[in-house]
Structures are given as C-alpha cells and as structure tokens.
Design a protein around this ligand. Structure first.
Ligand code: PAF
Length: 273
C-alpha cells in the first residue's frame, strides 16, 4: 500500500496509472462500515484509494473536531489488510489555503434535518468532497447510506456540476446489538449504549407498522418518538428518495431518518424502504 500526503503527488500517481479507480473518502477511526465501503470499491475497480482527513470545515464551533477519534496506525493496518492500494493522508494545510472558493449547500435541502442542527456543516462536506474528487479523479466514489443526507447532497452536487464520477451508496453496517456503526460510538458509556439501542428499535417498529400496512407517516413518526423517549430527539423524518416530506410511505421510495443526541453524542440512523 502506497501512502501519499501531497494532493498533487496523488493526482499525478492516479493519472499515470491507466486503471479504474474506486475512492472511499473517510475521516478515519475506521470500522466495519468503512471496510464494507472498501470491499465494494475493490469489487468494482482495479485500484482503490482511501482518504483519511478529519475535515475542519464541516465541524461547527464547539463541536468535536479536537476530540474526534484519531487512530492513524490502526487505520493504516485496516487499510493494508483490506487491500487498499493508495492511502491519502493529507494535512489541513495541504487541502485549504486562505479566502477560498467554497461550495454552498443548497438553501433548503442543506439546511433541514442534520443541516438544521448543524448549519454550514454540509457546505464544509461538499467543499472537501469536491476537492477530494478532483484530486483522486475516481471512476466511482463510495458513501455509506447511514449519512443519507450527505449522500443525497453529494449525489446532487455531482449531477449538478456535471462531474463524471459515479456515486455508489453502500448499506449501513450494524453491530450485533443493532446499533449502526459510527466512529462516534466510542464516546458512548455502556449505559448510553443501551439507551442508544432505542434508535434501531424505533426503526424496526416503523418497519413492522409498515409491514401491517400502516403507511401514514405522522402515525409512524409518533410511534417511533414514543420508543425513543426520553432521549433527546433532534428529528424523526420520513422522506422520499428525493428528500421530500411525504404523507404516506411509498415502498421502494422511502427513507426513515432519525437523529438523537445521547449524552453529548450525535447518532444518526435510517432505513431505506
Ligand atoms: O462521511 C464522512 O466521513 C465525511 O463527511 C466525508 C465524506 C469523508 C467528508 O469529510
């Protein structure tokens, strides 16, 4: 595995190799969810590039940028074992300068749900993803469905800016207790982890109701909120795949999304129906 930290060196390296490139952008603290992305990338491409960069512009003041889990040595081993060809490990100074051109998240879809609780977050995500995609020039880039709004906005950016990369959504990976894997799960105490299990339970309940043909979204959201109580729920929302609010679940075109704060930890989860 080649490790490169200079963006121009990576750009050159990829240009010189005439192969299909699969790209997995990450912020490190890699877990099985990231490994699933790498596996998909390996299946479909001749060369796999992973980036590890804790992007400062997607953290709001007061968020966990400074304490975001960093596990560089373990991450390198995970990448090596997973068969990654190139690991891109830039520093903030390699990616950002001063007074920069930025990508702005759309006024509506970038400022609802997670964008409402973290205004500006998605502009930071889109800006860094644009930079990373331009550095790596991949044929395909892989993003987890857990960050459904991020995935939606990145797909929109790629389409609206006529970029030639294919965005591939990858299914959520869960722990054996049902909690969706996230680098932030390490912040949870064992008591908080038990509380957090209400999140997958609420989604399971929603899918059971839908299985009984209860499709009214207000009714489903109410049942979910009852299960999530007394946790601090940021939102429970039911949308179609274009990220529009719907009154009735449309099978094959629905995402149910939850964001909950457990202790100080923001946890996201969703199911695609
Ligand atoms: O999902 C993440 O880990 C980050 O938001 C991403 C896409 C790597 C951009 O920093």
């Amino acid at each position: 595995m080649k490790i490169i930290s200079n963006p121009l060196a990576l750009q050159q390296h990829v240009k010189n190799i005439d192969k299909t490139v699969g790209f997995v952008p990450t912020m490190g603290a890699l877990h099985e969810g990231h490994i699933a992305l790498i596996r998909e990338a390996k299946k479909e491409n001749e060369l796999v590039v992973v980036s590890i960069f804790v992007n400062p512009t997607q953290f709001l003041a007061g968020e966990d940028l400074k304490k975001y889990p960093k596990k560089e040595e373990a991450d390198k081993k995970i990448c090596e074992l997973a068969g990654v060809d190139v690991l891109f490990l830039p520093q903030a100074k390699d990616i950002y300068t001063q007074d920069e051109v930025k990508i702005c998240a759309p006024n509506v879809r970038g400022y609802v749900l997670e964008g409402a609780t973290r205004p500006g977050h998605f502009s930071g995500v889109l800006t860094v993803v644009m930079k990373l995609l331009n550095i790596v020039s991949p044929s395909r880039a892989y993003f987890g469905k857990k960050d459904a709004q991020q995935l939606h906005l990145i797909s929109a950016m790629v389409q609206q800016f006529f970029m030639s990369v294919e965005i591939i959504p990858v299914n959520i990976v869960r722990d054996s207790d049902g909690l969706a894997l996230s680098s932030r799960n390490v912040y949870l105490s064992s008591k908080q982890r038990v509380e957090a299990l209400k999140i997958p339970k609420s989604l399971y309940t929603a899918s059971q109701l839908i299985g009984k043909n209860i499709l009214n979204t207000v009714q489903i959201k109410e049942a979910m909120k009852q299960i999530l109580a007394p946790l601090h729920v940021e939102y429970v929302e039911i949308l179609n795949r274009d990220f529009e609010v719907i009154k009735e679940v449309e099978l094959g075109n629905t995402i149910i999304l939850v964001e909950v704060i457990v202790g100080q930890t923001r946890l996201l989860d969703n199911i695609w129906l």
